[in-house]
Write a protein that binds this ligand. Sequence first.
Ligand code: CA
Ligand code: CA
Length: 170
Amino acid sequence: MVSSEYERKIAARFATFDQDGNGWIDRADFDAAAKAVLAEFGVAARSDRGQSLYAGAEAFWQGMAGMADRDGDQRIGREEFVTGAVKRLRDNPERFAEIARPFLHAALAVADSNGDGAATVGDTTRALRALGVPEGVARTTAAALDGDRDGRIGETDIVPAFARYFTVPE
Ligand code: CA
Ligand code: CA
């Protein structure tokens, strides 16, 4: 039997990807995510960091579509998400980390105000909020990402944590 806790988690993960909330995950959602992060940090879309973020979002979308868009209509419905994405993510979290990495790398560069290769807990909270994560959850998540409590969050903290979040145990 599938637990309601499991279904609740799946619904939450789907909603995170479905940025515009229209019931489908498609390229527009990934564009919206990139746009929201850039707006939050006042970074221009045409800048190098802006272009990298859009390129990362496109690669992320292509990777997700490759895993889950079974009927090839360029959008991932709830059913495709559950039968395609969730199962594959669980079977292969490394693959998921791989497709998400360029986007996360670029997002970190946008949030990294002093260019030292890491973002502060506060900046990470802002980035998560920009992606639609509620304030309280964003703050707790960012704090948890800073495992060694030095106040800095780098790519090696973010990528595995992201993959873990989307690897929903049954
Ligand atoms: Ca959508
Ligand atoms: Ca589809």
